[in-house]
Design a protein around this ligand. Sequence first.
Ligand code: SAH
Length: 445
Amino acid sequence: MNFADSEVVASILKKDGYKLTDKAKDANLVLLNTCSIRDKAEQTVRNKLKNFNSQKIENKDLKVGLLGCMAERLKEKLLDQEKIVDLVVGPDSYKDLPNLLDQVEHNQKAVNVILSKSETYGDISPVRIHNNGINAFVSITRGCDNMCTFCVVPFTRGRERSRNPDSILREINELNEKGYKEITLLGQNVDSYLWYGGGPKKDFKKASEYQKLNAKRFSDLLEIVASNFTEIRIRFSTSNPQDMTTDVIETMAKYENICNYIHLPIQSGSDRILKKMNRLHTRQEYLELIKKIREIIPNCGISHDMITGFPTETERDHQDTLSLMEEVKYDFGYMFAYSERPGTYAARHFKDDISPELKQRRLEEIITLQQKHSLERNKRFINSKCSVLIDKSSKKSDDYWSGRTSENNVVVFPKHNLSLGDIVDVKVNECTTATLIGDIYKVKV
Ligand code: SAH
């Protein structure tokens, strides 16, 4: 999401006469778009800020700005107290950047961290930065209303609002005309997408208004996008189990160009912990959703996010997480040790009582199990044919392309005379936990 937001920022500044440079040392302005999701993310940003500040000795004109969630969370702190940035701009205030940069020029305090109930940047065509011309992100919602007790996002990104489908279609059309082959529809919680003419999701109360306002839910949006752009592969992220409806899965099954992949974070396999996290579903409901997905889309790639060491997590809760993973056998997973975030419900009400060593031990256990499952799941592709979109050169060898299957598996294979952006059939010969290795079968015409 920050990647997509940075492209919006680049677009706003380009209009204001700025040019992009690849090299930080050539820049007069460095903007760091930041994440607050875990403490480690914030520490990384602090180190980077220190580096950029040391460049000011050589480049006296250099200005350094803090964008995104850390700006929203810490507000003036890094400007007034720590004096390591020149401007502070929250996620909903990027249109104010030209004005704020003007204030910096005039040695005035440049801070805007006002959260909005309507801002979606729908009218801005993002400038694609460091892009391969093949895959692009398209934001469809901003903010989050879910209030998971561990999560800082609702505080840094504000209330949930959806973008006008017309402006989403306009952006995808531009990408299509430029030759992009795959888009990812982005939101903190895409299943919660609801367009009813604008405004925060929480202000839309009556289901009876749905018809009258010609409202669009996520499944409607998916259908519109898939049927209008049949040559583009469509992905989306992230889904929340409590909001994902059967219509979404059915729409995925109906359109071949919607990829068979769902990222479905659960965070814990223990009902007690799920409740404490304010995840509004049980383990059983989640498993039923997985079952439904596999009934409707048998080969669907499914991944998870998991947190170890949430306050009060016992060995038994941890075993519940491991057993859930055994039941589901995910294709991929993103796993984290709990990091207490100031201001969240968990930080205010629960003691961070699991030691770092224990969080780490449990984390290693779930990572090891996930690797085992990823390998097992990858093996099912051996000797079969996959349709792969080539999106880059393989990291390990310049003679190999790397691409993804519809299920989101990475596939590498010899380049032959193929090009970036080609969609090819690959026969998989072997695999590792992270990669399928094969050779082309035949080139699609
Ligand atoms: N709305 C997005 C959340 C993005 S954050 C989504 O549902 O995917 C991505 C992941 O970071 C979360 O799913 C969670 O597993 C992890 N995370 C969030 N807050 C965390 C915290 N305080 N400590 C550790 N991991 C956290």
